[in-house]
Design a protein around this ligand. Structure first.
Ligand SMILES: C[S@@+](CC[C@H](N)C(=O)[O-])C[C@H]1O[C@@H](n2cnc3c(N)ncnc32)[C@H](O)[C@@H]1O
Length: 391
């Protein structure tokens, strides 16, 4: 797997050090130090939001160049005193640095946010979408209580709409485009959920030449590209809504490898409708079912079960949440953040192992889970499913 830009140490070493640091901190914290840290973190998040809003990071030169606070304040049209205080607060979180002559400069953590669109998109998504979403958690409980409806969520409170998340995106193509860009950024640069992990999650090389893989809800095709580049024998179909498919078309047009382009077909398709590609070797659902409560998840799985031929597989790439306290704390925290985000957006969830078995057992025609494995360094697991008759 290619290393993301500016990676300081190999990912497995980075993650191991962060896990040890987290455990060490938990071991020594007391209520007072916990609160003091919380207050600092709150200020750091607010400062980050301010910096994103006024596009400060983009207006700074790339290292090793630096800029004076005065010059930056004037370029960004913000008060000098606020700018200096905000940036110095962010330096306490490891972002940016000050030169010995009192100028401000990017460092290896901050520089990617100014030069790599995917990091910029990810940061904007967090401050503009995730933070307000979590902020509406109390409002959603007050308004909707224990509702399981997909249009009675914190997202509905924030967006002030009665449409479900994906209906809202469909009605506002500019938002759908933004969401698609966010999903692409995750597949490309979030080391825990990069699309490449899928290569280790299934025996792709065992598929016969010309085998068909259908990426159901495949977004703008980032995963299909990864599979097509790694396995020259595979043919792929990416199915999704109109906007992601248009984005996938643009991504394919920019792809220089003609063989990869020739083996990827794009199709608008509603995954609640009958599957138009019966008998595929693999139907892939990558980060799809966590967006949907069980009732809707079953309506997505059923057309695939009907299209499945003997030997064919449904692969679900999604999170499998561990029982509390049974694994790495940093990994569990990341999975629980996603679990809450799914609840707040869709009244859905990240499922535990038992949830996956219960869900799959309800599909008709009957299916069987053959394996669940989490590739090394990946937040997602791959759930391999066949017709029950061949298990
Ligand atoms: C969380 S994203 C996952 C995208 C991609 N599989 C990935 O791993 O990056 C969910 C995808 O489901 C698509 N989607 C939502 N409702 C759909 C529907 N009814 N039919 C087909 N695709 C749908 C969205 O457009 C979006 O691309």
């Amino acid at each position: 797997m290619a290393a993301p830009e500016d990676q300081k140490v190999p990912v497995h070493i980075r993650d191991s050090v962060l896990e040890h640091a987290t455990r060490t901190k938990h071991a020594v914290h007391d209520a007072s130090s916990f609160m003091a840290e919380l207050q600092v973190q709150q200020a750091q998040y607010a400062c980050l939001h301010w910096v994103v809003h006024f596009e400060i990071l983009k207006q700074m030169p790339q290292p090793p160049a630096s800029i004076s606070y005065e010059n930056l304040a004037s370029k960004a049209h913000v008060p000098l005193v606020t700018l200096r205080s905000v940036l110095r607060m962010l330096m306490t979180k490891g972002l940016l640095c000050e030169t010995t002559d009192g100028r401000v400069s990017h460092n290896t953590i901050s520089a990617p946010f100014a030069k790599n669109t995917h990091f910029e998109v990810w940061l904007r998504h967090v401050v503009n979408h995730t933070v307000p979403l979590f902020g509406a958690m109390i409002g959603a409980t007050d308004k909707y209580g224990d509702s399981k409806k997909i249009n009675e969520t914190a997202f509905n409170v924030v967006a002030d709409t009665e449409l479900s998340f994906f209906e809202h995106l469909k009605a506002r193509p500019e938002l759908e485009h933004e969401f698609d860009k966010y999903m692409k950024s995750q597949a490309e640069i979030n080391t825990g959920i990069r699309a490449e992990h899928l290569l280790q999650g299934f025996a792709w090389s065992a598929l016969p030449a010309g085998a068909l893989v259908v990426d159901v809800g495949g977004g703008s095709g980032a995963t299909a590209m990864v599979l097509a580049r790694a396995h020259a024998g595979l043919r792929l179909v990416v199915q999704d809504q109109a906007v992601p498919i248009a984005n996938a078309r643009a991504a394919l047009a920019a792809e220089s490898n003609a063989d990869v382009v020739a083996r990827i077909k794009l199709a608008e398709h509603d995954f609640f409708a009958p599957q138009p590609e019966p008998g595929a070797a693999v139907y892939l659902l990558r980060t799809i079912l966590h967006d949907w409560p069980d009732a809707e998840a079953l309506r997505i799985l059923t057309p695939l079960a009907r299209a499945l031929a003997p030997g064919g597989r449904i692969l679900i790439m999604d999170m499998v949440v561990p029982a509390p306290g049974t694994g790495a704390r940093t990994l569990e925290a990341a999975l629980r953040q996603k679990d809450l985000a799914m609840m707040l957006t869709f009244n859905a969830k990240e499922r535990e192992t038992d949830d996956w078995y219960r869900l799959v057992a309800q599909v008709d025609p009957p299916l069987a889970i053959r394996a669940i494995q989490r590739p090394e360094g990946c937040q997602h697991s791959v759930v391999e499913i066949s017709l029950a008759s061949e298990a």
